[in-house]
Write a protein that binds this ligand. Structure first.
Ligand code: GLU
Length: 297
């Protein structure tokens, strides 16, 4: 049975899966955690499909999410937000950061970055991988303009030092059950906010959408807790409200490792097909008692 921290009254929570595979028990846990906190606080429970990476997301997985959640007995507000329908909003948020002089185009391929890091004897490790060595931040304005004019593929990176210089007070957030935790967004370095192949990043879209959907309590696994440091920075730069956070432990497989799609964790659809009922699956996901249903607002 999962321990549930006391949510603030009327918490608006969301479950935000990426439709890159079937939902598994880890997703069931995350969805039940978010829905339970909303229900306990007399709040609202939202659903969002994080499908910006159109190379990895598939419509059949998106369709399966609603089926699986309804089977678990969850009630969410309709319609769910679908990120791929909102690229113009993410572009507008990027334009605002660009207008503040906080973005730079990065023409480096992954291979070029790896070679540069190896040549300089290594780079500190950030939550998303080794820190970017700053190659394209140092390009001359003329070089940058010429490459853009030639249509060179590029990502957009946040100039972390410039962004931090705009922040007048130390950043922190309220973690349920723990109080205020200090943020260290610099550990992400010049993080990518729009990729070469996808015009927006997880960090930008999740922060944007939590703001526009009015999410007041962000719940997600502890594996994403480091990202909150960066999300607080983006909220501050873009004038978005600060939600509270509740990062929950991950459900582990029999081998003690976190469940992941790539490890062929049994899917909810697979468990259902094997004749296992929703009560049993909820119990396996740490929530034996049914979630009080939440009427849409
Ligand atoms: N879409 C993310 C995932 O599937 C979760 C986003 C979030 O909760 O912040 O891991």
């Amino acid at each position: 049975m999962t321990a549930i921290p006391a949510p603030p009254p009327g918490a608006i929570t969301r479950f935000a899966p990426s439709p890159t595979g079937g939902l598994h028990l880890g997703h069931a846990h995350a969805a039940l955690f978010a829905a339970t906190l909303a229900a306990h606080s007399g709040g609202r429970f939202l659903l969002r499909l994080e499908d910006i990476d159109t190379t990895r997301c598939r419509p059949e997985f998106a369709a399966g999410i609603g089926t699986d959640l309804a089977w678990l007995g969850l009630v969410w507000e309709h319609p769910a937000r679908v990120q791929s329908a909102h690229f113009a909003e993410y572009r507008a948020a990027l334009a605002r950061l660009d207008g503040q002089g906080l973005l730079f185009p990065c023409f480096c391929t992954r291979g070029a970055i790896a070679r540069e890091i190896a040549a300089s004897g290594g780079a500190p490790q950030g939550p998303d991988g080794p820190l970017y060595p700053g190659t394209c931040r140092r390009l001359s304005a003329a070089d940058r303009a010429a490459r853009l004019a030639a249509g060179a593929p590029h990502a957009l990176r946040l100039d972390m030092a410039a962004a931090l210089a705009q922040i007048s007070r130390p950043l922190s957030y309220h973690e349920l059950g723990r109080g205020r935790l200090a943020c260290d967004p610099a550990r992400f370095g010049d993080v990518v906010l729009a990729r070469r192949e996808v015009p927006a990043s997880y960090h930008l879209c999740v922060t944007h959408d939590d703001a526009v959907q009015g999410v007041t309590l962000v719940t997600r696994g502890v594996d994403l807790q480091a990202a909150t440091d960066l999300h607080r920075l983006l909220q501050e730069l873009l004038g978005w409200p600060e939600p509270a956070y509740a990062h929950h432990p991950l459900i582990l497989g029999p081998d003690g490792k976190r469940l992941a799609k790539r490890d062929q964790a049994p899917t909810l659809a697979g468990l259902r097909a094997a004749g296992i009922g929703p009560d049993e699956v909820r119990t396996m996901a740490g929530f034996p008692s049914p979630v009080a249903s939440i009427a849409p607002a």
